[in-house]
Design a protein around this ligand. Structure first.
Ligand code: PLP
Length: 721
């Protein structure tokens, strides 16, 4: 069935209660949805804040599959172990006494309202009022639209049950005025979700708690959207420390399987007696198993901390977009991975449409608010990918997709493995600017797990004349991930140029393996091997260049700084082979390059001249400084490398003296742009070229950079094989 037919059938036969996006999802994995053509869409909606552990999580699938084969549904007239375990787990985690399971958020709130009314009536006749906030949303049943503070959801359905009072959100005085002896419950969301990601002030919740206590009313917190890790804590109320008497859950709890819960503590937990309330499906074994699996995964994978860290990163990236597109993107707000973005020009729905065309799904709660509620398994690279897609959408909308820097290529580059089949990478200049962008785009797909086994059955040889940790492990790992095998040939095994001529080694290997990865001192040897081989030859560092390192470095910059076009990279230290590859790659990617180095340790003049030529071609700047703080001023990334490299050991004392004052310190980092990052290609000598507090401080992306060797090299291999 085509997507068109699916849409036609839906339009003809389904009641028209939803405005759907033009996307048919046939498969989903992690944070990505796939349409029938295989196009991937990053899911910043997560089934409306539901798919907490992402899509198709293996542990979730295994738990549900096992339960499906045992028993699906039994009714609440008998016992089932998953429901009993879930009841215990939720009560323990939330410090509650009892739970009533439901199938949805609205039903959980319906239960809470019934509970509050019954309790209130037992205390005094007429103590049945529910005080809730304007702009709140509690569901679509008659009781919950009545309690909800958005008349558009309730007005058409009158007459409504009485007893609901609405007050402006976050207004302590209004709440004080509304709560009295008739109040059965104060009913609030810790963060209003549908209402536009409005965070309740801690002081407001504290005030609500005190008012409820003073009037013997319940405090009900609707955690249907905020609960189960969405805000970076298990329950949204943990940010304020204000514990409710009744808490409702749904959405994230089942990770996609319909399940809700109404939890209560103290006398509220003893209100319902047999016959008071019920639900046929609620708490069935499948639903309870799904919720248990979600809670297990959140704990096992550290998803609460992840939501906090990645949420902060996402808000930082949104702030960058706000600087670039101030009419479209304003301030963001929220907690963890529940984020609202202000849209100053009131065209939020237009942004949603353009983002979807660029492969990002999110929604707008109004024309002024974008809502981002991605799965809690979101990674840094997913954030980068998503923000690149959002940026492409904003460029289209604002008509600024042509950048000032010549040679900058659209971030939405499509590229497939094998696009550089048979090519060598001896130095950065072997690849054009477009190809360099494409390598980085491929590396992102590699990192997202989309490129594997593209070289099954192939063989790579690593011919290494110098020691190595990262390069060896990352190349062997990258080959394995591509389905190829790799062999390591150390210095003494081959006797390159001694036991056998460079040319003969090349001619033999070319007949036996599919790619040659070489680490040698002399660029002439590397060139000799490449000339005698017909297979691709990759430079894994020689005295002239370290191109694979440079690709990993710019990938890291893209991940942490977003679009790097027009950004500045400052290198402080020896104008060595690493610096050479960086200065050649920077202009090809539209990045300005600065170097601070002592006299006598300047870059090779030929490389500098070539880099300057490339900078002129691409409209970027190349600058040399001798004062590190001047080079660092306003830079977006500060980079350094060891002062004494392999083979220079006898020069160590002289070099240490020459580089005095060139240490990348916290003070140097203070000169850089806000949000700047510190990079080092490792191994590091803490206290020499880089201070310990920079290596371990908030600027450091050094270990992400090390990891990116693997992804960048896998991309390079996937491209040339
Ligand atoms: N409460 C809150 C805070 C919600 O965000 C929602 C749904 O968006 C609901 C209740 C209703 O949940 P459901 O759609 O599962 O009935």
């Amino acid at each position: 069935m085509t997507t068109e037919t699916v849409m036609d059938l839906d339009h003809k036969y389904a009641m028209t209660t939803y405005k759907r996006n033009p996307l048919e999802v046939v498969r989903a994995e992690g944070v990505r949805l796939y349409d029938p053509t295989g196009r991937d869409v990053i899911d910043f909606l997560a089934g409306v804040a539901v798919c907490a552990v992402g899509h198709s999580h293996p542990r979730y699938i295994a738990a549900l599959t096992e339960q499906l084969q045992r028993v699906v549904h039994v009714s609440n007239l008998v016992y089932n172990a998953p429901a009993a375990k879930l009841a215990e787990r939720l009560c323990t985690l939330a410090g509650m006494d009892r739970v009533f399971f439901t199938n949805s958020g609205a039903e959980a709130n319906e239960a809470a309202i019934k509970l509050a009314r019954k309790r209130g009536t037992a205390i005094a006749a007429g103590k049945t009022q529910i005080v809730s906030a304007l702009a709140s949303f509690h569901g679509r049943t008659i009781a919950t639209v009545t309690a909800g503070g958005q008349p558009k959801y309730s007005e058409p359905f009158g007459p409504l049950p009485g007893g609901s009072v609405h007050v402006p959100f976050n207004d302590c005085d209004a709440l004080t005025a509304a709560v009295n002896e008739h109040t059965a419950a104060i009913f609030l969301e810790p963060i209003q979700g549908e209402g536009g990601i409005n965070v309740a002030d801690d002081a407001y919740l504290i005030h609500a708690r005190a008012l409820a206590d003073a009037h013997n009313a319940l405090l009900i917190l609707d955690e249907v959207q905020t609960g189960v890790g969405r805000t970076g804590t298990l329950w949204g109320w943990q940010h304020s420390g204000v514990k409710p008497d009744v808490m409702t859950l749904a959405k994230g709890l089942g990770g996609g399987f319909p399940v809700g819960a109404c939890l209560a503590v103290g006398d509220a937990a003893r209100v319902f007696v047999p016959g008071d309330h019920g639900s046929t499906y609620a708490g069935n074994p499948m639903a309870a198993t799904a919720a248990l699996a979600v809670l297990d995964i959140i704990g096992a994978e550290g998803l609460l901390a992840n939501a906090q860290i990645i949420g902060t990163l996402l808000q930082e990236r949104i702030a960058h977009l706000a600087l670039e597109f101030p009419e479209w993107i304003g301030a963001s707000r929220g907690r963890g991975l529940m984020i609202g973005v202000n849209v100053p020009n009131g065209h939020a729905r237009e942004i949603v449409g353009a983002a979807l065309s660029n492969g990002l799904l999110m929604n707008a709660t109004s024309e002024h608010t974008l809502r981002m509620v991605p799965p809690l398994v979101l990674t840094e690279s997913d954030v980068c990918d998503a923000m690149d897609r959002l940026k492409a959408a904003l460029q289209q909308l604002s008509g600024t997709s042509i950048t000032a820097i010549r040679g900058a290529v659209s971030t939405a580059i499509s590229v497939e493995p094998g696009f550089l089949a048979g090519r060598d990478l001896l130095g950065i200049d072997d690849f054009s600017s477009k190809e360099c962008h494409q390598i980085l785009a491929l590396a992102k797909r590699v990192k997202a797990g989309q490129i594997s086994n593209t070289a099954t059955g192939k063989v790579g040889a690593l011919l290494f004349e110098k020691p190595s940790l990262r390069t060896k492990v990352s190349f062997l790992g990258a080959l394995a991930k591509l389905g190829a095998s790799g062999m390591y040939l150390g210095k003494d095994e081959v006797g390159l140029g001694k036991r056998e001529s460079v040319e003969d080694v090349g001619r033999v290997l070319t007949r036996m393996v599919d790619v040659l990865i070489v680490r040698t001192f002399d660029p002439v040897i590397l060139k000799g091997l490449a000339d005698s081989c017909t297979i691709p030859v990759i430079n894994a560092l020689d005295d002239a260049e370290h191109p694979c390192q440079a690709f990993a470095d710019f990938l890291t910059m893209q991940e942490h700084l977003g679009d790097i076009t027009g950004k500045t990279l400052t290198y402080i230290g020896d104008g060595n082979n690493v610096a050479a590859s960086l200065m050649l790659l920077a202009p090809k990617l539209g990045v300005h390059f600065r170097i601070a180095c002592p006299d006598g340790y300047v870059p090779d003049p030929q490389v500098w001249a070539r880099a300057a030529e490339l900078a002129a071609e691409h409209g970027t700047k190349m600058e040399r400084f001798s004062v590190p703080s001047e080079a660092a001023a306003g830079a977006d990334a500060i980079y350094t490398d060891v002062w004494t490299s392999m083979g220079q050991e006898e020069e160590h004392a002289r070099r240490m003296a020459a580089f005095t004052g060139y240490t990348v310190t916290a003070e140097i980092m203070q000169h850089a742009a806000p949000g700047a990052i510190a990079l080092h290609c490792l191994p590091a000598h803490r206290g020499d070229e880089i201070a310990d507090d920079v290596m371990e401080g908030p600027w450091s992306r050094v270990f992400a950079q090390a990891e990116n060797r693997l992804h960048a090299q896998q991309a390079i291999l996937a491209a040339v094989l």
